[in-house]
Design a protein around this ligand. Structure first.
Ligand SMILES: Nc1ncnc2c1ncn2[C@@H]1O[C@H](COP(=O)(O)OP(=O)(O)OP(=O)(O)O)[C@@H](O)[C@H]1O
Ligand SMILES: CC(C)(CO)[C@@H](O)C(=O)NCCC(=O)O
Length: 387
């Protein structure tokens, strides 16, 4: 990004997770018009931009923010102790853990938003405002789902980050975290690094592309002499025991191809999450399960495995859905929370006009449709209104 263009940037929001830091900010494209219906509101056109960093490399993130002068895109606090400090919306555990670091290094306060609330806010924002955001993926077929705004709830949100949170969503701001599992994206990457010696998530994914899980997983057919166990609905190719062949193969870890190990691992984690998600959907009679979090990364094999698990266990009753901006749900939720502050709490910063209020969705604000840029899943074209 050209730092010279940063005068157009506003509303930085952060989601600082156990593995990744996600950033969302609004970048105005220079068009600025007065709203014909009110001379107090002007509408700024631009796009939402996204960036991510590894949490362990938080210094790179701080440098990115400093270099692009994003930290000046928050809002100024004029109340009491926070006098004259800029604050930026932040969610995730790191909003607590790194608050002092942001204050010390960038001179900004992190205005903390609850992590679950932000995830839900992010999904609702995407579903309500960005066309062709949600899709199903089964048997290699991707199908966009247009969700009727009047028929959005309830749904189960399964956020697969380092760990996994499962949240029943009943409305705007109406939700309950009903379950979770520590076997998530962090488990896949952590075990993957130990078992394959890979250096990164991308490398682990690349390995998994070329692997065959049947080399290590014990299949029903391995136990049943090549036949299905049809009486209980298990085909011979179903996995009876993930990594089960390693028990009796007489092999050491080095004797397995890292590709096959990576594939088994990806399958095991995705299957398990799909199954737990289904069981929780069943508990509450939820038919729609939305999967988010950076673990998914739009990867076909992951989505297919999750979809098959949900389809298999629910006998086709429940549907797994995915989101194009799956990794930025929390950050988007924190971003949209700028709008819920009262006008008086927000003061101008040097880059935007006075008292910015986001106008992407929400009951108290006029709705301006967002047109997503379909050629580039990273940015979302949108408008915000400044009052
Ligand atoms: N470039 C990457 N580097 C590291 N992990 C990645 C990367 N891309 C995808 N992942 C996967 O995404 C997971 C992190 O997802 P996400 O950012 O949604 O969670 P988080 O916010 O860091 O975790 P938590 O919410 O549990 O604190 C990692 O554990 C890993 O499985
Ligand atoms: C602890 C959080 C919420 C942090 O994002 C996440 O990593 C998680 O949901 N872990 C799973 C914890 C559990 O429910 O077992």
């Amino acid at each position: 990004m050209d730092p010279a263009a940063t005068s157009q940037i506003s509303h930085l929001a952060l989601d600082i997770g156990g593995t990744l830091i996600k950033l969302v900010y609004f970048s105005a494209n220079g068009d600025h018009c007065e709203d014909s219906r009110s001379n107090e509101i002007s509408v700024v056109h631009g796009k939402l931009c996204f960036a991510k960093f590894e949490t362990k490399k938080i210094d790179d993130c701080l440098e990115f923010i400093r270099f692009n002068i994003l930290h000046h895109s928050g809002v100024q606090h004029l109340n009491g102790m926070a006098h004259d400090k800029l604050s930026v919306k932040a969610t995730g555990g790191g909003a607590f853990k790194f608050a002092d670091l942001f204050k010390e290094k960038l001179g900004i306060l992190l205005d903390k938003e609850d992590e679950m609330c932000s995830l839900v806010g992010g999904v609702n924002f995407l579903l309500k405002t960005v066309p062709r955001e949600a899709f199903t993926y089964l048997d290699g077929q991707k199908e966009f789902v247009e969700i009727d705004h009047n028929d959005l709830y309830p749904y189960l949100l399964v956020n697969i980050g380092s760990g996994v949170s499962m949240i029943k969503v009943d409305g705007d701001g109406k939700y309950e975290r009903i379950s979770g599992t520590s076997l998530g994206g962090g488990t896949f990457l952590g075990l993957g690094k130990l078992l394959t010696k890979c250096e990164s998530f991308d490398e682990l994914l690349e390995l998994s592309h070329h692997g065959n899980n049947r080399v290590i997983d014990m299949l029903v057919g391995d136990i049943y002499g090549g036949t299905d166990y049809s009486k209980i609905g298990l085909s011979s190719t179903a996995i009876a025991s993930s990594f089960g062949k390693a028990i009796s193969d007489g092999k050491e870890l080095e004797d397995y191809q890292p590709e096959d190990v990576a594939r088994s691992l990806l399958r095991m984690i995705s299957n398990n999450i799909g199954q737990i998600a289904y069981l929780n959907a069943l508990r509450f009679g939820l038919k729609r399960i939305l999967f988010g979090g950076f673990f998914i990364r739009g990867l076909e094999y992951t989505m297919d495995t999750i979809s098959v698990a949900v389809h298999f266990w629910s006998r086709g009753e429940a549907k797994a859905m995915f989101l194009r901006h799956e990794g930025f749900l929390g950050a988007l939720g924190a971003f949209t929370s700028y709008k819920t502050q009262s006008h008086n709490d927000l003061k101008s910063n040097q880059h935007t006009v006075q008292r910015a209020i986001l106008n992407c969705s929400g009951d108290n604000f006029r709705h301006i449709p967002v047109t997503s840029n379909l050629n580039d899943s990273e940015t979302i074209e949108c408008s915000i209104s400044l009052v």
